[in-house]
Design a protein around this ligand. Sequence first.
Ligand code: PDD
Length: 287
Amino acid sequence: MSRISYVNGRYVHHSQAMVHMEDRGYQFADGVYEVIAFYNRRLLDEIPHLERLERSLKALEITPPMPQASLRFVMRELLARNNREDGTLYMQITRGTARRDHPFPKHTRANLVMAVTGPKCPKEKEVSEGVSVITQPDLRWARRDIKSIALLPNVLAKQAATHAGAREAWLMDENGFIGEGAVSNNAIVTAKGEITTSPTDQHILGGITREVMLELARKEGIKILLKPFSVKEAEAAEEAFLMSTTSNILPVTCIDGTKIGSGRPGKITLRLLELYHEHIYRQTGKR
Ligand code: PDD
C-alpha cells in the first residue's frame, strides 16, 4: 500500500514529501503541529484539535495557510488516499520558507504538511499491567500551552525514559511539581478517589484527551482537583495514569522505581479508560 502525504497543495508519495531547507520550522522550530487519531477513517475529536491549532498559530502570529473548512477537506482527502482504517494524522504548519533571518519574513506563506501513520496505541500488556515512568527536570520554555514543534527538551526527556526502560518521563519543575509528561498529560487519584491533574495554564499543553477525560470523570461524579502534584504525592497516590492522542488513557503503576498504590492499574483509571473507549465508539463506530 503506498503512503501518500500532503505538502503545500500536493498529494505526493511519502518519499517525495519535502520542504525547502530554509523552511523556518527546520531552521528555527518556527511552527506548530497537531496529532489526530482516526478510527474507521473518521477523525477523533477533530474540532477541538483544530481549535487548538488555531490558538497555537495565533499565539505565534502565523497566518493559517487556508481556512479551517479547507483544512478539513484536505485531511479527509489524505485519509481517502491512504486507504488506512485506523491510525494517526500528523499535521505541521510553519511560518514558511525564507532566507534565514530571525524576524518574521514579510511575504512568506505558511508551509503545511500532513502525513498519515498506522495506530500507535499501547500494547495490551501495558494497559492490563500498567507502565512505569521516571521523573526528569523540565527544561522547556515558558509557553508550553502552544503546540510548538520545538520539542528538543521533550525528546531528551523521552529518550531518558526509553533508556531507563520506562514508558514516559514526567517533567518536574524546580519545586518538585509535575505538570505533565514529555509527550502526554497525567493525573493521579488520591486515596479519597479524587483526580488531581494540572490546570491548563501556560505551564502545560492542554491535551484533548485530558479534556475528554475530565468531561467523562465529571459525568461519572468523580471529584477533580486542578493543581499540579508533587513527586511525593504521586508516590503516595492510589492510582496514576497518563493521557494522549496516541496512548489514550494508560495506567501508570510505578514512578522512579516506586510502586504506586497496589502496583496494579487502578479501578478509577480503568473505568475512565472504558468510558474513553465508548467515546471513541460514539464518534467513529470503532470498538
Ligand atoms: N503529544 N502534553 C504534551 C507535551 C504532548 O506532547 C501531548 C501530545 C499531550 C497530550 O495531548 P493530546 O491529548 O491532545 O494528544 C500533552 C502528541 C501525541 C505527540 O507529540 O506525538
